[in-house]
Design a binder for this molecule. Structure first.
Ligand SMILES: [Ca+2]
Length: 310
C-alpha cells in the first residue's frame, strides 16, 4: 500500500515538473517573441527618425545652396557648400553629409543631343577622358552612345544595339534613353564591373544636358578638354585656380593655352549636386543619395533620392 502511494506521488511529481517545464518553455517563447516585436518596432522607429533627420538635413543644405547663389554667381571649392558637413549629433545617433558638385563631372547623357543625335564634341571628349583614366581599351565609347541614343543603328566602330544584347546571357534590350545611374553601365557591352570605381568619380548621369564647371573639374576631366592636354598641364590648371577658382572663362582659356573643344559648353558655376547623408541611430544606419538641382536664382529642388541600408 505504502509502495503504491509512493509510486503515485512520484508520477504526480513528474507531471507537476513537466507542467512547470512546459509553462517555462511557453513563457520563454512569449518573451522571445515580445523581444523580437520590440526590436522590430525599434528598428521601424529608428528608420522613421532617420528619414526625418534626412529631410531636415536636406532642407538645411538647400538653404546653404540658396545663400551661396545669392552671395556669388560662381562656384568653387573655397565656398561653404564644398566642405563636408560636420557630424551633427542627434537623439541616439549622428548625421554626416557631403555635397558633390556634378557639374565638375562628365555628364554621360551629354553624349546624345536633344534631337537624339550623337554629340560629336562630347564623344571626342569622352574618348579623351577614357584615355586619361587609362581605360580606353576596356570601355567602348560608341557602345555608351548606342546605350543612350533612341535609334537602333550601331555606332561604329564598336557600338552595340539590341542585335548584340539579345544574344547575351541574360538577353536584354538597349535602354535607348538617358542613363539614370552609372550602375546601368554594368549591362554595357563587355563592361568590366571593376572599372566602375575608376570612372565613377569623374562621370555623372544627369537628366539634362549640362556644361562643365572648370572650377570643380578633376584632372582627368580637364585632360579631356583638349587633344594632347597632359596630366602635368591639367594639374597646373588646377593649381592656377587654387581655392578661389577662375575669375572668368577667358582667364581659364588663356591658362589652357589653346582653345578648348568647341561644342563642349564650359562655365564657372554649378546647378547639379549630389547630397550624401548618412544617419546612424542605435543599430540602424541609412545612407541617402539626393540629386539636387539648383535654379539660376538659387532655390533648389530634390530631383531623385536613392537609399542604402548601410
Ligand atoms: Ca540606341
Amino acid at each position: 500500500m505504502r509502495t503504491e502511494w509512493r509510486r503515485q506521488s512520484g508520477v504526480a511529481l513528474i507531471i507537476a515538473l513537466l507542467v512547470v517545464a512546459m509553462a517555462a518553455i511557453v513563457a520563454v517563447a512569449v518573451m522571445a517573441r515580445a523581444e523580437a516585436e520590440y526590436r522590430r518596432a525599434q528598428m521601424v522607429l529608428h528608420g522613421e527618425q532617420a528619414m526625418q533627420y534626412i529631410y531636415g538635413a536636406e532642407h538645411w543644405v538647400m538653404q546653404i545652396l540658396l545663400r551661396d547663389r545669392q552671395d556669388s554667381a560662381d562656384d568653387h571649392f573655397g565656398q561653404a557648400w564644398a566642405y563636408d558637413l560636420p557630424p551633427l549629433p542627434v537623439d541616439g545617433g549622428a548625421v554626416r553629409g557631403r555635397l558633390t558638385d556634378l557639374n565638375g563631372r562628365f555628364n554621360l547623357n551629354n553624349l546624345v543631343t536633344a534631337d537624339g543625335e550623337v554629340s560629336e564634341p562630347h564623344l571626342a571628349q569622352f574618348r579623351r577622358l577614357l584615355q586619361a583614366l587609362g581605360v580606353a581599351d576596356q570601355i567602348q565609347a560608341s557602345a555608351v552612345v548606342d546605350f543612350i541614343d533612341p535609334d537602333g543603328e550601331t555606332t561604329m566602330p564598336d557600338g552595340a544595339e539590341d542585335q548584340y544584347y539579345l544574344g547575351t546571357e541574360p538577353p536584354h534590350r538597349t535602354p535607348n534613353r538617358p542613363l539614370a545611374s552609372i550602375s546601368e553601365l554594368a549591362l554595357l557591352r563587355d563592361f568590366d564591373q571593376a572599372l566602375l570605381p575608376v570612372i565613377a568619380p569623374h562621370v555623372a548621369t544627369l537628366p539634362d544636358r549640362t556644361r562643365l564647371n572648370v572650377n570643380t573639374v578633376s584632372t582627368p576631366v580637364l585632360m579631356s578638354l583638349g587633344e594632347g592636354l597632359s596630366e602635368s598641364a591639367a594639374q597646373s590648371l588646377i593649381e592656377a585656380r587654387a581655392d578661389s577658382g577662375y575669375a572668368s572663362i577667358e582667364d581659364f582659356e588663356s591658362m589652357l593655352g589653346s582653345a578648348p573643344e568647341p561644342g563642349v559648353p564650359l562655365g564657372l558655376s554649378s546647378d547639379w549636386f549630389m547630397l550624401t547623408l548618412r544617419v546612424s541611430i542605435g543599430s540602424t544606419t541609412l545612407t541617402m543619395y539626393s540629386l539636387l538641382e539648383r535654379s539660376p536664382a538659387g532655390p533648389t529642388r530634390v530631383v531623385a533620392r536613392q537609399q542604402t541600408p548601410w
